[in-house]
Design a protein around this ligand. Sequence first.
Ligand SMILES: O=C(O)[C@@H](O)[C@@H](O)[C@H](O)[C@H](O)CO
Ligand SMILES: [Mg+2]
Length: 402
Amino acid sequence: MKITAARVIVTCPGRNFVTLKIETDQGVYGIGDGTLNGRELSVVAYLEEHVIPCLVGMDPRRIEDIWQYLYRGAYWRRGPVTMRAIAAVDMALWDIKAKMAGMPLYQLLGGRSRDGVMVYGHANGSDIAETVEAVGHYIDLGYKAIRAQTGVPGIKDAYGVGRGKLYYEPADAALPSVTGWDTRKALNYVPRLFEELRKTYGFDHHLLHDGHHRYTPQEAANLGKMLEPYQLFWLEDCTPAENQEAFRLVRQHTVTPLAVGEIFNTIWDCKDLIQNQLIDYIRATVVGAGGITHLRRIADLASLYQIRTGCHGATDLSPVTMGCALHFDTWVPNFGIQEYMRHSEETDAVFPHDYHFEAGELFVGDTPGHGVDIDEKLAAKYPYKRAYLPVARLEDGTMWNW
Ligand SMILES: O=C(O)[C@@H](O)[C@@H](O)[C@H](O)[C@H](O)CO
Ligand SMILES: [Mg+2]
């Protein structure tokens, strides 16, 4: 069996997506996602110039060997561009293998560990009152777990506050928009949101919060401690994780569960966090961390330390990644939760998929492969449009972490 061709399809049904389609001499094709939010065309060039020429003629059934070829063979290991390109290939190859076997992907991974996978949605508002109302809306929709982000008085466009009710899209402008940040104001305000949420809705639902890399380890420890009475499911990205050791300080001071990893590319980004049990949930996902082949290694390492998965699932992860993640979640023994930010109707139409939401969970169907396709004709109607993630500055103009 041979790969006969591979193509990159860029489409923008409301936001940009980079999709790889691999064709074979048996008529079976596979689909992979390589979207890198705000830097999409770097992955397109990487795939078109440096990956596809090597793929043509290879045996698509040799998933592991092709992964190693692209990883070791690049010499320049890791990084978001390389690992997303590898992930796109890996997803497409698993899709092909599962289609050839006539099985849904989760069967090849080891079969079902659960029926549905618990997901969390994103509630947000411009202040506490609005956010409390938004959380109520998610509870009405049947969610068991909800992430809550609020605008903070005195901060311009605090992270996580969207424009619509169900959709949140941070990549919003042809040049990066400038948002503000003030740690003192956030630390004074955020715990009050969770106090209000618990007062209003009690303790039956899981609540989550994303610090989006804004706090120093000491500030993160302080926030974690202040949030303890509200029993969060997790506090995410409380401090940047380039220095994995930074989490030790946070960990020593709070029992609020910690999640990290949406920007991790490989097992090396989380090795120390996992082995020292500095976190509770690993957020690496299929497109970010080299595909199913590599994510599986991360999850297996995490399982040795009772750390559970919590795959990133923002809208910049296409339905193709969502489909793969759901097959992965359906199998992975140490599953924790899956993030689910709904895609727009336009996006869902471009990517017909076999998964659905019901009572706070997502379910994958039994379509052979990962169950997600691309409607190329429809995709062609939405040409690429440059869009950046925002940047963040402190009040005095200093650049901060968005
Ligand atoms: O937890 C999350 O979903 C986020 O941190 C994302 O919204 C993140 O900002 C985007 O994926 C960036 O592309
Ligand atoms: Mg996040």
